[in-house]
Design a binder for this molecule. Structure first.
Ligand SMILES: NC(=O)c1ccc[n+]([C@@H]2O[C@H](COP(=O)([O-])OP(=O)(O)OC[C@H]3O[C@@H](n4cnc5c(N)ncnc54)[C@H](O)[C@@H]3O)[C@@H](O)[C@H]2O)c1
Length: 443
């Protein structure tokens, strides 16, 4: 437990902080997309805002407060932002006064403008993550952001750039790929990387559920309201199942490989979603190639079935196999199990402990690139399956097609309720975001 910083006079802005932030203000002024108040960046007390106050935003809020207690630092949630007023009002459960429970497309800007904010929890649907993350970094705020962090190439490029800017500004960034903060994964993957199973030959990744994804029913007065209420079912908001959830398992494989695949091919379909509104598929199977020739087989789906491998990963090497979450079976040797303990057994709490510690001790923590690499890995797989063609990393990274409304990446706060097109679920052979013009069909 480190409480030194809490008592070291960090509550006011030091001269060094001031110089840092005033030069950043000058450098960043051109890029600011709203009149951001450059918050006084005292490290403590930690003043957090939640942007996207649904299931995970609320959960992460509690995890953050718990983590602060474990670290022993003063912390509070000072504002909440959600697109829907009734969701924003949920901020009351954290003691946030009504006047700081903001709603609307620009709620994130209002929350970030509350004086003293130095920590943001981003848990809106993934399509909004690039806009929200960029705004946090421009405002000089440390970030915990849920995965995935984008839904297409243009969104990932915003994430990479904002992640770099965060690094330059010395901001700390943690991502909701919580396995990277889970003892079993940390210890086992270190061993794999140290050669415990020899050279990696093959990786397998699964997120296979025995049931369909939620649907909240058609509601809202405008098409956009309906889509955002049922965000999982729209590619511009969720990225589809492979991006939205399977990103966790793809991230584990990328972590083991210390890199990302360079190409892939795959297939999938919308088999059981039937006539529910929306664009997404319900299962994917993708074959990925890493640069060194290692293959990763990835399977995900949300369909009703009687059996499934569940949510897990496997690594196969020349000298054994491993479950990266906590065990290794060397060929001809005794099985090994992880026993590492962290400050919390709950990775959802540990990720905030790690972020808070990095802020207090000014140690390096910036997971923006890793989580964006894994998000783009998932997007590459999705587009390979949608189009029915091999897709290369550079092709998806540099792709121009953005799934969302135009303002999403230029001025998300200025978006208005109204209409937005629904895509026909992609049909391999007839679909490509890479052709000019893109081959996509609307309903
Ligand atoms: N790491 C994990 O294990 C884990 C688990 C669950 C969810 N998540 C992630 O958390 C995110 C949210 O998922 P959820 O399950 O909480 O969904 P949810 O629907 O319960 O919550 C999303 C909230 O965001 C709000 N919202 C929508 N657009 C917004 C905008 N532009 N600005 C502000 N708020 C907006 C919605 O009104 C809703 O309250 C997703 O990215 C999801 O992948 C991660």
């Amino acid at each position: 437990m480190n409480t030194n910083h809490q008592n070291s006079g960090d509550k006011s802005l030091t001269r060094r902080d001031f110089l840092k932030h005033s030069s950043l203000a000058a450098a960043g002024a051109a890029a600011l997309s709203f009149p951001a108040v450059l918050n006084a960046q005292a490290k403590t007390p930690i003043k957090a805002v939640i942007i996207g106050a649904g299931g995970r935003g609320s959960g992460a809020g509690s995890n953050f407060l718990n983590a602060a207690k474990i670290v022993g630092v003063e912390a509070q949630i000072v504002a909440v932002a959600d697109i829907f007023p009734q969701q924003a009002r949920g901020g009351e459960r954290f003691g946030v006064p009504q006047e700081r429970c903001f709603s609307g497309f620009d709620a994130f800007q209002k929350a970030l403008s509350v004086p003293g904010v130095n920590y943001a929890i981003l848990a809106a649907p993934p399509g909004f993550r690039p806009a929200h993350f960029k705004a946090c970094v421009e405002a000089g705020v440390n970030v915990f952001m849920e995965k995935p962090v984008a839904v297409d190439g243009p969104g990932c490029r915003i994430m990479y750039a904002a992640g770099e800017l965060a690094k330059q500004k010395g901001l700390k960034v943690a991502a909701g790929t919580q396995r990277r903060h889970q003892a079993g994964y940390i210890e086992t993957i270190k061993r794999i990387q140290d050669g415990a199973i020899g050279d990696i030959i093959l990786l397998r990744a699964y997120w296979v559920n025995n049931g369909p994804i939620w649907h909240r029913g058609d509601r809202g007065e405008t098409e956009l309201e309906k889509q955002i209420a049922n965000w999982y079912h729209y590619i511009w908001l969720s990225g589809d199942h492979i991006v939205e959830q399977h990103v966790h398992n793809l991230d584990v494989c990328n972590w083991i490989m210390n890199g990302h695949p360079v190409r892939c091919w795959g297939q999938g379909a919308r088999q059981q979603l039937g006539n529910k509104s929306g664009e997404i598929w319900d299962h994917f199977a993708i074959e990925y190639d890493y640069e060194n020739g290692v293959k990763m087989y990835s399977y995900c789906g949300q369909i009703k079935r009687t059996g499934s491998p569940g949510v897990t990963e496997f690594a196969h090497g020349t000298k054994g196999t491993a479950s990266p979450g906590g065990s290794i079976r060397p060929t001809g040797g005794s099985p090994w199990r992880s026993t590492l303990k962290l400050q919390s057994d709950d990775p959802y709490t540990q990720e905030h402990i790690d972020l808070i510690n990095a802020i207090l001790k000014d140690t390096e923590l910036n997971e923006a690139k890793n989580v964006t690499d894994s998000t783009l890995t998932a997007i590459m797989g999705r587009e390979a399956a949608y189009s029915g063609a091999w897709v290369e990393w550079d092709q998806i990274l540099n792709s121009k097609f953005a799934y969302g409304p135009e303002l999403l990446y230029t001025d998300a706060a200025a978006m208005k309720w109204g209409s937005f097109r629904t895509l026909r679920p992609p049909m391999p052979g007839d679909y490509s975001i890479f052709s000019d013009p893109p081959k996509v069909a609307t309903v």
